[in-house]
Design a binder for this molecule. Structure first.
Ligand SMILES: Nc1ncnc2c1ncn2[C@@H]1O[C@H](COP(=O)(O)OP(=O)(O)OP(=O)(O)O)[C@@H](O)[C@H]1O
Ligand code: NI
Length: 304
């Protein structure tokens, strides 16, 4: 790979170079007490294009969550954020500097332009509100009728792999299994049809079969709707299987990035090699020579 293909440059194989839907440029985040050299995120740049999934991989504490939470400014007020983050909505509306947006505009961007699946699902669903009500609240700003909201929810839940709509619609979060609750969280994140989906370890708590189904569906949805996703994971195998490109983070820095096949078959950074050699990378190494599985998303999923 040429030097220029390190970060932020679209892979040369992309047919038409399109404007990125998410563009993170020289992002640095410092929490109180952190010093230069030990920042949570240190000068990270990355681009995300329509129809692709970029995985951000790295060990615990490497800054993955801080990176994605910066995009929608869900960080503690004490965090110092530097850099530029731009997004483009489905209707072409550009927000060139999310970090400078007034709160009111930012609220419109959240959900509508950028969907977010948080790392901890336990806090993602309000326990005292039915699933139906969570969708109504999420879609409140869309000027939709109850019937339209229901139809949109059916669609989003279907995309997230929920087959038995009636089972979840009137339910409360505690009545759902972990897998089903996570599918609801994803459905809520995509129901406003955002152009960018940020998924922070969306399947870590799920058993492997449900995890595979949820991620395959996520990939299918991104491809079909021509949206784009930043998939945070500590699992290089997951990244290799479901993403198009990989960004490897270490101590807040993006130390390597490239197409899945390149990173896995020819890792440049010693840390990436370490990841590949470790248990969690073994699956990735096996997958490295194959294309990401875009097609295997049609299997019928059970509502787990
Ligand atoms: N609210 C906070 N206040 C202070 N420091 C924080 C805060 N959140 C994260 N950090 C620190 O910032 C660094 C990056 O944390 P972050 O949660 O972004 O990593 P991560 O890669 O998402 O880790 P994990 O895989 O465990 O979720 C860590 O050193 C962490 O301790
Ligand atoms: Ni995290």
């Amino acid at each position: 790979m040429p030097e220029s293909a390190v970060l932020g440059t679209p892979p040369s194989l992309v047919d038409t170079p399109t404007e990125p839907v998410l563009s993170v440029s020289h992002l640095s985040v410092t929490y109180p007490g952190q010093e230069s050299g030990s920042r949570a995120v240190e000068d990270v740049s990355l681009d995300l294009h329509r129809g692709e999934i970029v995985a951000v991989v790295g060990e615990s504490g490497s800054g993955k969550s801080t990176l994605v939470r910066s995009v929608i400014r869900l960080l503690p007020a004490s965090a110092d954020i530097r850099g530029t983050i731009g997004v483009v909505g489905r209707d072409g509306t550009r927000y060139d500097d999310l970090l400078a947006l007034p709160d009111r505009t930012l609220r419109q961007v959240r959900g509508k332009v950028v969907g977010f699946v948080p790392q901890s699902t336990s806090g993602a669903l309000n326990p005292v509100i039915s699933i139906r009500r969570q969708f109504e609240l999420t879609l409140r700003s869309e000027r939709m009728s109850r019937k339209e909201i229901r139809e949109r929810a059916i669609e989003a839940l279907f995309d997230a792999g929920v087959r038995d709509f009636d089972l979840v619609w009137q339910a409360y979060p505690h009545e759902l299994s972990g897998g089903l609750a996570q599918r609801v969280v994803i459905a809520l994140a995509i129901c406003k049809r955002p152009s960018v989906l940020l998924a922070d370890e969306p399947t870590t708590a799920l058993d492997p079969i449900v995890q595979a189904d949820v991620l395959a569906r996520l990939r299918h949805t991104v491809m079909e709707t021509r949206s784009a996703a930043l998939l945070i994971t500590h699992d290089l195998g997951v990244a290799a299987r479901y993403a198009d490109r990989i960004v490897v983070m270490l101590h807040g820095r993006a130390v390597e990035s490239g197409a899945v096949g390149d990173v896995v078959s020819d890792p440049r950074h010693p840390y990436t090699r370490e990841l590949l050699a470790s248990g969690m990378g073994r699956g990735a190494a096996l997958l490295g020579t194959t294309e990401p599985v875009a097609g295997d998303t049609d299997e019928k999923g059970a509502d787990r």
